[in-house]
Design a protein around this ligand. Structure first.
Ligand code: THU
Length: 129
């Protein structure tokens, strides 16, 4: 799966000297282009950023605002679940039925959707008055 391959490759560049937990994420923009990102930790721990945030930033920087597929990989016992903040970030740029593949470096995968990850997400429409 090309998207998972991209997530696996970018994970190698993760900067995780504190947690030693490297994560790679990749999203496919509507145009078909793949954007990838890895976690970037910081000595001031809360300043670290997640892999998903990096992939989203790369897509936005390239001028796209919607993705149609996503993949996240880590060396975790079970397919890595995105953190709560990343679920909200992902939901901003994809419709609920978009599939996201969660994976371990050992080879297990679980496919879910944006809506399953964050049911009842707060969205742009909730800002309407
Ligand atoms: N991490 C991610 O990059 N994405 C996730 O979905 C889960 C957690 C990172 C944040 C931190 O650098 C490390 O994994 C350990 O929490």
């Amino acid at each position: 799966m090309p998207l998972l391959d991209a997530a696996r490759a970018v994970r190698e560049n993760a900067y995780a000297p504190y947690s030693h937990f490297k994560v790679g994420a990749a999203i496919r923009g509507k145009s078909g282009t793949i954007y990838s990102g890895c976690n970037v930790e910081n000595a001031a721990y809360p300043e670290g950023t997640c892999a998903e945030a990096g992939a989203i930033a790369a897509m936005i920087a390239a001028g796209e605002t919607e993705f149609t597929e996503a993949a996240v990989i880590a060396d975790s016992p079970n397919p890595v679940p995105p953190c709560g903040g990343c679920r909200q970030k992902l939901a901003e740029f994809a419709t609920g039925h978009v599939e996201i593949t969660l994976a371990t470096t050992a080879g297990s995968t679980r496919t879910t959707t944006i809506a399953e990850l964050l049911p009842g997400a707060f969205s742009q429409s909730d800002l309407e008055r």
